[in-house]
Design a protein around this ligand. Structure first.
Ligand SMILES: [Zn+2]
Ligand SMILES: [Zn+2]
Length: 132
């Protein structure tokens, strides 16, 4: 005789749906899960009553902030180290790309990214002039 597993426990738990919110990298097609919605149904073995439970899972952004659904904020990716999603990013005043707090370099003339900081100053001036 096979026992019905639903009669052994007081409740049984069944996941009936999982939805995920993904970020897709336009260049590589790689995905990052930033949120999920999981739907469970619990069945009480004694009464047979169903209880439906929907859970929303929220991921943390790379800069440690909660990404709140429905993601109205703009999300950034760091141009230097690739950290993402970021809630807060600084725009490099030399190349115009967005970078995370760890990759920005504060100068008296403004904030630039790590990559631009490594370039010789004359090249930076040339790029700055062409961006005017
Ligand atoms: Zn970075
Ligand atoms: Zn830069």
């Amino acid at each position: 005789m096979t026992t019905n597993p639903y009669h052994d426990s007081a409740t049984s738990f069944e996941t009936i749906a999982t939805e995920r919110t993904l970020l897709v990298d336009p260049a590589t097609g790689a995905t990052i899960t930033i949120g999920a919605r999981v739907e469970h149904v619990t069945v009480d073995a004694v009464t047979g009553r169903q209880h439906r439970e929907v859970t929303h899972l929220v991921a943390c952004s790379a800069d440690g902030q909660q990404l709140l659904f429905p993601y109205k904020q703009a999300l950034f990716a760091c141009a230097c180290c690739g950290a993402r999603p970021l809630m807060h990013a600084t725009r490099c005043s030399a190349c115009g790309r967005f970078v995370c707090d760890a990759c920005r370099v504060l100068l008296p003339t403004g904030t630039i990214c790590r990559d631009c900081d490594r370039k010789p100053w004359w090249l930076r001036v040339c790029q700055w002039i062409t961006n005017l």
